[in-house]
Design a protein around this ligand. Structure first.
Ligand code: KG4
Ligand code: ZN
Length: 340
């Protein structure tokens, strides 16, 4: 079947068409309109500007996705839309657009959880992938470990208690003058520095839990930067990028290794925007192999927010019988009512 996926939870408006069958998963189009340049002026996402930009982009990007895929709405078997979590105003644009499109054309509507969509990106790049497996989701808003029990059921076994890895990257990137979002720029800069030059606390909490906390790490890095500035010394940006990246990567690696030793998964999926980080990709591969598992990580184009991952998650939700009506509402929360 052909499935249209629509994503608008943060600063990317995206629409994609997939052709999905039991033994075939093909991306026919995956159009992304990024607002990064607009938000860069402010050093972060401005929710009101994001909502307005989604409104301007959504109709055009959807037409483009259909055209590139070579299909029309009459070919589409289901419309999948990110309905939670994310910025509420941004989500509402996608949800209301998808509802209207589905209702007006008599197409089933499927609500999608953005976090599950990040994980579903791996089904597109790795046709062999089947649940159960361990999913490590690292994005701008989330850092969590999930036991993926089936295509639609996830059990959260670890999560951040405060900030997310992506947020932590972006914050320090901004403070040392890198363009927003700082994650990708820090990834590059880290190659020029010494990962052991600056001692920073790990975001991995104690052995009794699989949880994380990034606030201590962020504060330690900020204190380090302030101390340098107060004493008139230049911040060693490359060493800081390398040490900070090392702390985040090793923290995520430690909890992944712990989950593997406690529960023995055969596959680890790394997903979310921060899964584009080259240091993290390499380290988790080592951790997975050492833990008797293999790592499955989508290509970089499928790590950031995109409609194809939404359509993939939507396909499996559709197969599980999940549908939404015109009363579907967007939710900023991780666990919206329609999932309970
Ligand atoms: O998943 P995503 O596109 O949006 C959310 O759902 O939050 O993730 C965006 C995050 C941003 O914080 C961005 O800095 C980070 O992913 N990111 C990276 C890299 N590329 C994107 N972080 C570290 N290294 C990268 N190469
Ligand atoms: Zn995301």
């Amino acid at each position: 079947m052909y499935i249209l996926g629509i994503e608008s939870s943060c600063d990317e408006t995206s629409a994609a068409v997939l052709c999905m069958e039991e033994d075939r998963r093909k991306i026919l189009s995956n159009m992304v309109a990024s607002q990064i340049e607009t938000h860069r002026l402010y050093g972060g996402v401005v929710p009101e500007i994001a909502s307005r930009a989604h409104i301007e982009a959504i109709t055009g990007i959807t037409s483009e996705a259909l055209k590139t895929a070579g299909v029309t709405l009459s070919d589409i078997g289901a419309v999948a839309v990110t309905a939670a979590p994310g910025l509420i105003g941004a989500l509402l644009v996608g949800v209301n657009f998808a509802k209207s499109l589905a209702y007006a054309n008599g197409i089933p509507l499927v609500p999608v959880n953005h976090i599950k969509a990040h994980v579903a990106a791996a089904y597109l790049s790795d046709p062999q992938l089947k649940p159960p497996f361990l999913a490590v989701v690292v994005s701008g808003g989330h850092t969590s470990l999930f036991e993926v029990c089936s295509y639609t059921e996830f059990k959260e076994i670890g999560a951040t208690r405060d900030d997310a890895a992506g947020e932590a990257f972006d914050k320090i990137g901004r403070v040392i003058g890198l363009p927003y979002p700082g994650g990708a720029a820090l990834d590059k800069l880290a190659y020029e520095g010494d990962p052991h030059a600056i001692k920073l606390p790990s975001p991995a909490l104690g052995k009794e839990t699989l949880d994380f906390s990034f606030s201590g790490l962020k504060t330690a890095a900020l204190n380090y930067i302030n101390t340098c500035r107060q004493s008139g010394t230049e911040v060693p940006r490359a060493d800081l990028a390398a040490s900070y990246t090392h702390a985040i990567v090793e923290g995520v690696a430690a909890k992944t290794a712990q989950a593997l030793s406690e529960r023995r998964y055969k596959t680890v999926v790394l997903a979310g925007g921060v899964a584009a980080n080259s240091h993290l990709r390499r380290r988790l591969e080592e951790i997975a192999i050492a833990g008797g598992a293999r790592l499955s990580v989508p290509p970089i184009a499928l790590c950031g927010d995109n409609g194809a991952m939404v359509a993939a998650a939507g396909y499996f939700a559709y197969c599980a019988g999940q549908r939404a009506g015109t009363d579907l509402n967007a939710s900023a929360e991780d666990h919206p009512v329609w999932e309970q």
